[in-house]
Design a protein around this ligand. Structure first.
Ligand code: MOS
Length: 729
């Protein structure tokens, strides 16, 4: 099915099941420990062995010699896999990192060997017996040292053009009566999902099947095929439950690649979980950015000039962190210069982490807006409203599909009690606590991508939906169930959702907050086909039927849907494709976050007291799962504002705090009551379901709202995240 004109009325508008806060279908499985995660599979690969990955202890150089003899003789060892017996693995498409030092070492903890043994303990013990001599060479680790000279790289496939100029920024900025000119720093950040990367791999002849934890099945089969040098058709992935991803499991990481490689070498199934430290230095992370922002405005607050220049680093061939993306769409302003530059660094690869681009970009832009409001003597909510635009500021012929940004700001201000804020910094005190209030806006792409689904109506009347969509803790199973139930006019428990199998029809998976909107559109297409098949079997004229209460109806004839499958199971499949509307309309999601903080006047301890978020993301398929996504994003934003930083040793090129004890994410005591609200809207340009994603929107804009609140509390402007207390001195 092709979606190329804005959606009219259709069965999803009934909202009998969609829009309801239905409990997650897999919640009980998860809370009772009966959902099987990647590392827990046992019987799918009889005789499997455990792999333990040894990471390089230098960041740059090559293996001069590697002696594995003692490890090979250790108890229980099945084999030791290095570049000497595994060959040089290929490289996938989305990540540029190489999976095995061969023999060049490109970053710290790059895998140099996998020890395979009968037990995990034997593999780990034997890994300690491997002796590696490295020839160390000097590496480039410090972004700040290279920032000034970092060039604008050629445009890549992701993240938009690296440089765009609209109007004449330099003249407009020079002429502007009110200016902000500041630099902001967002550090390297780690995904820190709860479930480590884990895989069990089994070969059957020249085909490999892996039970793993991966967000995007279609990228996974493609990339594993490239890494192994086999056709993607020979790769089968299963990933039914995922303990968090945040972009860190987008496609193939070392666990998956090395389990498959090791299993091929030792001729036994192999199971690997990456030990937590390897997740920091041997997989991807959100790369540090140094962002220069210049804003020029008239005394009326209208922006006339915007510059956003962001520099990040990466391995050779790696991508820029697309920090300027939000600046290209959030505010009006005739003269604009956005630019992303790239330094080569010999660190683990920088790549997608929840709201890549928007999250770190707004951490800079939205402090700059707060600074501009102060210079203008204008309320920061009012400044944002004044610079709203209903058309793409870089292409006035292209409207936003929906843009309720002003509504988010206004409703948030009302719910938060923004009118009671004291605009004077450092002036509100409760005992030893300085109280501050801050706001920030957010924009995050409302992307959608081709998505397929297969629908079955069984002889027992049960319906099954199969797609390769994944559920990373977001509620995808439930979204699939709800959409199908609405389309077929049945209760959600009549629908069985089967996800996370690469042999099922293709979707974009969980990434770019396009999971729910895309898969719901794919399910819509499959259900349209199922409705037609059912109506035909039952002898209805397909144009005039209605599906309600488990029945097919037309005029005064009403037949149970289940009757259609009495003669045999019905199986249909379709894919929703999108081609034109994303060019005609700028499809985005919007939010406003309001934060209250208390900063201890003596110790600098910072507590977030409350956060109110209002989001506009089209139709909300399930307000409960959507709220969970938003408040989860806000929790992550609290971490980004106050604690999260991969501490880099710039002498040796490694991230020092490589576990959950030292990389500090918020715990329950750090998280106050969080309010998440949704603007009532639909986006008919997105899909027939009219829904956009919220999974990444919830994070974008949170950290700068908190940073602005800290400024309001203390009068100290910190432009270098995280806002640790030493920076208030
Ligand atoms: Mo997301 S970082 O696009 O999984």
């Amino acid at each position: 099915m092709k979606f190329d004109t804005p959606a009219g009325a259709n069965p999803t508008d009934r909202m009998a099941v969609l829009g309801k806060p239905i409990d997650r279908y897999e919640a009980r499985l998860k809370t009772t420990g009966t959902a099987t995660y990647a590392y827990e599979w046992q019987d799918v690969a009889p005789g499997f062995a455990y792999g333990y990955v040894l990471g390089a202890s230098v960041a740059k150089g090559r293996i001069a010699a590697i002696d594995t003899r003692e490890a090979e003789r250790a108890p229980g060892v099945v084999g030791v896999v290095t570049y000497l017996n595994a060959g040089k693995p290929g490289v996938g498409k989305f990540y540029v990192q190489q999976m095995l030092a061969a023999p060049e070492v490109n970053h710290y903890h790059m895998p140099v060997a996998v020890v395979v043994a009968d037990t995990f303990e034997q593999a780990r013990a034997a890994a300690a017996l491997i002796r590696v001599d490295y020839t160390r060479t000097d590496g480039r680790y410090d972004l700040a040292a290279q920032a000034a000279s970092a060039p604008v790289p050629p445009d890549g496939e992701y993240g938009g053009p690296n440089e765009k100029r609209i109007g004449d920024f330099a003249s407009a900025f020079a002429a502007a009566p009110v200016k902000v000119d500041q630099t902001y720093v967002v550090p390297d950040q780690a995904h820190c999902m709860m479930e480590p990367h884990a895989t069990i791999a089994r070969w059957d002849g020249d085909r490999v099947t892996c039970w793993t934890s991966i967000q995007q099945m279609n990228w996974g089969t493609r990339d594993l095929g490239l890494i192994l040098g086999i056709p993607r058709e020979n790769v089968r992935l299963h990933s039914p439950y995922i303990g968090g991803g945040f972009g860190g499991k987008g496609t193939v990481q070392a666990d998956l690649a090395l389990a498959a490689i090791a299993a091929r070498v030792v001729k036994r199934p192999v199971k690997i979980a990456l030990q937590r430290p390897l997740m920091f230095n041997a997989t991807i992370h959100r790369p540090k950015t140094i962002q220069h922002i210049q804003l020029g405005a008239g005394h009326d607050g209208r922006i006339t000039a915007i510059l956003h220049d962001s520099v990040s680093g990466n391995l050779p061939g790696g991508r820029t962190e697309p920090c300027v993306t939000p600046t290209r769409g959030l505010y009006a302003g005739a003269n604009r210069l956005t630019r992303m530059r790239l330094a080569t660094l010999d660190l683990a690869e920088g790549n997608a982490m929840r709201a890549p681009g928007e999250a770190p970009g707004l951490m800079a832009l939205e402090i700059a807006m707060d600074e501009l409001a102060e210079k203008l003597g204008m309320d920061p909510v009012e400044l944002r409203i004044r610079n709203d635009t209903q058309v793409d500021p870089e292409d006035p012929a292209r409207p936003f599909s929906t843009r309720a940004f002003v509504a988010c700001l206004q409703e948030g201000a009302l719910r938060f009690g923004w009118d009671r804020r004291n605009a004077r910094p450092g002036a509100t005190r409760e005992g030893e606590w300085l109280i501050g209030h801050g706001v920030a806006g957010a924009i995050r792409g409302g992307k959608i991508a081709k998505a397929g689904a297969r629908a079955r109506l069984g002889r027992d009347g049960r319906m099954t939906i199969e797609t390769d969509m994944t559920d990373i803790g977001t509620g995808s199973y439930t979204v699939v169930q709800q959409t199908a139930a609405e389309m077929m006019g049945v209760e959600p428990d009549r629908i069985l959702a089967k996800l996370g199998d690469s042999s099922f029809p293709e979707t974009p998976g969980s990434g770019g907050q396009q999971g729910a909107p895309s898969v719901s559109a794919g399910v819509y297409a499959a259900c349209v086909a199922l409705r037609e098949a059912v109506a035909q079997r039952l002898g209805f004229n397909t144009a005039e039927v209605d599906f309600v209460d488990g029945h097919v109806r037309s005029g005064n004839r009403s037949v149970p849907i289940a009757d259609a499958a009495k003669g045999g199971e019905i199986v249909v499949e379709d894919t929703m494709t999108f081609d034109k509307l994303a060019d005609q309309f700028n499809q985005q999601t919007f939010a406003a976050h309001f934060a209250e903080v208390a900063v201890n006047a003596y110790t600098g301890e910072t507590r977030v007291r409350r956060v109110v978020s209002v989001c506009a993301a089209g139709r909300i398929i399930n307000p409960k799962t959507a709220r969970s996504q938003v408040i989860g994003g806000v929790v992550m934003g609290i971490g980004a504002a106050l604690t999260e930083e991969m501490a880099l040793d710039t002498r040796f090129g490694f991230f020092v705090n490589h576990d959950l004890a030292q990389y500090e994410v918020p715990v329950h005591l750090d998280v106050p009551h969080l309010e998440a609200h949704f603007i009532d809207e639909v986006d008919p340009t997105i899909s027939p379901v009219k829904a956009k994603g919220v999974g990444e929107l919830g994070l974008t804009g949170v950290a700068p709202a908190i940073a602005n609140a800290v400024y309001n509390a203390t009068g100290v402007r910190v432009r270098d995240y995280p806002l640790t207390l030493d920076k208030y001195l």
